[in-house]
Design a protein around this ligand. Structure first.
Ligand SMILES: [Fe+2]
Length: 353
């Protein structure tokens, strides 16, 4: 085959430098070459006139090469006067860059993917040629639509599972309250305060979800304690208090077998630990206590002190805030304490809704 005729042209680069470029002049061999391609190919000049179309294109659009040469590409491909939606020529003319477009061709009723880009081809009279190629992607689009539908269905099921889990957790929380009516609502109020504190501390939505969940069942281990101890009006004996202290380990064991995306069992185990090691059950200190447990510990103390207990009246929110403020950094996490105090200063109120 006779090689393409080559023409040397001079072009200015972005930096203002003039360079010599070799342009290939199209001819009958160009048509032969593009005819061999199975996808659609059209050559268009800068003035938006059609120069050449390959056989696939001619067949699909019922065109005759002789008729289309020199006609505006929009009237031939799109059969409209405006810019054809599937062709990126207008964008290429503006930016000089390669443009890819997915579009539905109303004429052939097919989904297409087109590529439009500048080329180093020129017409025999020196006009720059832009190449526009398109191939059918209807199957691909159908697969994409099916995948989207499957994804949506999965999202719906996941939401159902999530809602069900939330209901189970809520029920677990309420079961403890049946046994221990004097602390009814305690876990929910602690959850509400711990959630607000976590938001105040700028934690991620996912992390806050875990803290809220753990807080709403943090006393679940109390289910194993005798109701007489839980609702005893007087001071607990040493033995009784030792029994109450087991609720953290029992709660941990109840929850440990459930797989959560957060360390819920560990948080429950550690919610009575204190920074100086004076807490229970393990007397661990500072950073050894998971941060989420340190936050819930503060919320737990504040809620417990400000609520009525069978053995004492409510001590009030002021006393609760004084307790955490006084023991900040020794018993209670500094950042969590400060966030809690800030919240009440801003008007936060304890609620179990
Ligand atoms: Fe507790």
């Amino acid at each position: 085959m006779r090689p393409h005729a080559v023409k040397k042209v001079f072009q200015k680069t972005d930096s203002g430098k003039v360079i010599e470029i070799h342009k290939h002049v199209i001819g009958p061999q160009t048509k032969k070459f593009i005819d061999a391609l199975s996808f659609y190919v059209v050559l268009i000049d800068k003035g938006r006139l059609l120069i050449m179309a390959n056989r696939s294109m001619e067949k699909a659009y019922d065109l005759d090469y002789a008729d289309i040469e020199g006609k505006p590409y929009t009237t031939v491909i799109g059969r409209s006067d405006g810019p054809y939606p599937g062709c990126g020529l207008e964008e290429v003319l503006k930016t000089g860059k390669h443009v890819t477009k997915d579009f539905f061709d109303p004429l052939t009723q097919k989904w297409m993917r087109s590529e439009t880009f500048p080329s180093d081809l020129i017409t025999p009279d020196g006009r720059a040629i832009y190449i526009h190629m398109a191939r059918e992607i209807t199957d691909l689009k159908e697969i994409e639509a099916e995948a989207r539908q499957a994804e949506q269905a999965l999202e719906v099921s996941l939401k159902k599972v999530k809602d069900l889990n939330a209901k189970i957790i809520e029920t677990m929380g309420r079961i403890v309250e049946i046994k221990d009516p004097y602390t009814a609502g305690h876990q929910r109020r602690v959850a509400s305060l711990a959630t607000a504190m976590s938001q105040e501390l700028g934690m991620s939505v996912n992390r806050i979800e875990g803290i809220s969940l753990a807080a709403s069942i943090h006393d679940i281990g109390k289910i194993y304690l005798p109701a007489e101890i839980l609702s005893k009006p007087g001071k607990l004996t040493e033995t009784e208090f030792a029994l109450v202290m087991t609720h953290t380990s029992i709660g941990h064991d109840i929850i440990a077998s459930i797989e959560f995306p957060w360390p819920v069992a560990e948080i429950i185990l550690q919610h009575h630990e204190r920074l100086d090691g004076s807490g229970y059950p393990n007397g661990i200190k500072n950073g050894d206590i998971v941060e989420d447990a340190r936050i819930i510990a503060v919320a737990d103390v504040v809620e417990a002190m400000s609520s009525y207990r069978p053995y004492r009246p409510s001590l009030g929110i002021a006393a609760a805030l004084k307790e955490i403020g006084t023991n900040k950094s020794t018993l209670y996490d500094k950042a969590a304490t400060e966030a809690c105090i800030r919240l009440f200063k801003k008007g936060f109120a304890l609620t179990d809704h």
